[in-house]
Design a protein around this ligand. Structure first.
Ligand code: GLY
Length: 560
């Protein structure tokens, strides 16, 4: 009896560790979509209710976001998708934009070799060859189970019927209005003063989607749409030709896969930096008893920050399009290398970024992307992140076709080693070349535990995507949060340079920030700063699904 009493705290500890947090988000029995807009989540979920699988739902959700969330959902952009089928088979799809055939390393430099302001960020010169339509058609051809017409009809109906403006969208449209007018003229659709509750209809987008429904990828990359698109971009001074569009191909890639303690993490490989950088962060943290430090405690923030500092230094220097540059992944992801990287880490004081190698490279990326997570009734899972780069991309709106065009060319290094007007500095590995894909931070991720599907997770947020996804996984796995609480929890970010930890406004006490400052950390506790908008799904122990739809946006989980 005495022995039992002595062991009781230990047994309780084991017991507590084994009980996953009860759900606080939407729980459904079979299937779920979590995305930035209720309209898109609903259309994706309804496709699965009609018997479609997660891949059919991906096509529907991605296209519905292009209608309902033009801020980042798109036909004129690109993205990445990681999947895990119910039988455990995994894969990744790269439908990232690429540089046009006429692109070259110095295309954004003037005759003196200086970066031309705005040229890679605003208007037609900033546009990369869009990949989204090729991506969804590739997914449908390989894994789809319903006819494309069944999947796209509700999306086309949504575009015709229109989408109700939310309060958050009203603010965004107002903020961007001047830039829309500057790029497109004052007769552009988005020169109007849209108010919350108004309905915006997209008949031109409906017609473009109809062409895709009838002709598949040729409906976008060849014929009338391709000709109109190339002519329009060139008239506005851009570089994309019909040949560029016809040559675009989505590419299947092997995801980055690694173990962290007893979970397996499956994430996107280059040309996204997401999987590699997150792999480095987790492996540098693995030797530590993270859960004992406590969620967002000084110690857990220090450890995460120091691992991120080192991983981002490598990201900026080594990563680029693997079809163009050799990336030493075997070294970068090896235990020996990562142990060595953390050899000078101490809880006593901050490492200086200037003391971490490759110190000339800084990243400042746009935070305007969107992510959705899907699980179907058979257990197939999709994690997809898609973007126009900036909010509404280059702001160039193809009026006749009904969509915004990306400014993804700015994700290249316009001039390796030298900052452009936004402070963006990149390395040679990410310099511009014809048909090359620009480096991304998008981190669509799937997590397994005990060989079973455990979580589907991802977020927008530019360079903060990687840290936001990693913190969400840690919140569930190390700190035993529900999916919804893990998504809502306050986040922080460090990316090597600038050498500063950025904190969201809520959730970090003055005492905590002071403690970190005393250890040598530079702090930015930004007003209204949002780090990511995570949309995720957790599989509960009884097989039900819990959604985590980020409270920071209009994000919504829908399922059955
Ligand atoms: N344009 C943001 C990213 O690809 O990471």
């Amino acid at each position: 009896m005495r022995k039992l009493i002595l062991f009781l705290p230990f047994l309780l500890f084991i017991h507590c560790k084994k009980q996953p947090a009860p759900p606080t988000g939407l729980v459904t029995e079979k299937a779920m979509v979590v995305s930035a807009r209720v309209e898109a989540s609903r259309i994706g979920s309804e496709i699965m209710e009609k018997g479609g699988n997660a891949f059919d739902a991906m096509v529907a959700t991605e296209m519905a976001l292009a209608v309902a969330y033009p801020f980042a959902g798109n036909l004129g952009g690109g993205g990445f998708m990681v999947y895990r089928k119910q039988n455990g088979e995994i894969g990744g799809l790269d439908y990232r934009e690429k540089a046009p055939l006429s692109a070259h390393k110095d295309m954004y430099l003037d005759s003196l070799g200086n970066v031309v302001p705005d040229m890679s960020t605003v208007g037609a010169t900033a546009v990369g060859v869009p990949g989204t339509v090729a991506g969804v058609i590739e997914v449908h051809e390989k894994f789809g189970s319903l006819p494309l017409s069944d999947i796209l009809t509700p999306v086309i109906e949504l575009a015709k019927r229109g989408v109700i403006v939310t309060e958050k969208q009203e603010k965004r449209l107002e903020n961007y209005k001047e830039r829309f007018v500057k790029v497109n003229g004052d007769s552009t659709k988005f020169a109007s003063n849209f108010k919350a509750g108004d309905t915006i209809k997209y008949p031109e987008l409906a017609a473009t989607l109809q062409k895709i429904m009838e002709q598949g990828r040729d409906g976008f990359y060849k014929g009338e749409v391709a000709q109109k698109l190339a002519d329009f971009i060139q008239e506005k001074g851009g570089f994309i030709t019909e040949e560029d569009l016809e040559r675009y191909e989505a590419k299947w890639r092997q995801p980055v896969v690694f173990n962290y303690k007893d979970i397996k993490i499956i994430s996107m490989s280059p040309p996204s930096s997401g999987g590699v950088t997150m792999n480095q962060i987790f492996k540098m943290m693995e030797p530590y008893k993270v859960s004992r430090y406590g969620h967002n405690s000084a110690k857990s923030i220090q450890l995460f920050t120091e691992a991120s500092r080192r991983a981002y230094a490598d990201r900026n220097y080594f990563l680029g399009d693997p079809d163009f540059v050799d990336i030493p992944l075997d070294v970068l992801l090896s235990d020996a290398y990562l142990t060595e990287r953390m050899a000078d880490f101490s809880f006593d004081k901050a490492t200086l970024s200037s003391a971490v190698s490759h110190g000339e490279v800084e990243i400042v990326e746009s935070s305007e992307t969107t992510h959705y997570s899907i699980v179907d009734a058979s257990g197939n899972a999709i994690s997809a992140t898609t973007t126009l780069n900036g909010g509404y991309g280059s702001k160039l709106y193809a009026t006749e076709l009904g969509f915004f065009l990306n400014n993804e060319m700015d994700d290249f290094s316009s001039k390796p080693g030298v900052p452009n007007m936004f402070g963006l500095i990149g390395a040679e590995a990410n310099s511009i070349a014809a048909e090359k894909r620009m480096l991304s931070s998008m981190t669509p991720t799937i997590v397994e535990k005990d060989g079973e599907l455990y979580m589907v997770v991802g977020t927008p947020g530019g360079s903060t995507i990687i840290t936001a996804v990693a913190q969400t996984i840690l919140n569930v796995y190390e700190f035993n949060f529900s999916m919804q609480d893990a998504v809502n929890a306050p986040r922080f970010h460090h990316q090597w340079l600038p050498d500063v930890i950025t904190f969201e406004e809520e959730g970090f006490t003055e005492d905590l920030l002071t403690e970190l400052k005393e250890k040598g950390y530079r702090i930015y506790a930004g007003r209204n700063r949002i780090i990511g908008k995570v949309d995720a799904v957790r599989v509960l122990s009884d097989g039900k699904l819990e959604g985590g739809a980020d409270k920071r946006g209009d994000d919504t989980a829908v399922g059955f």
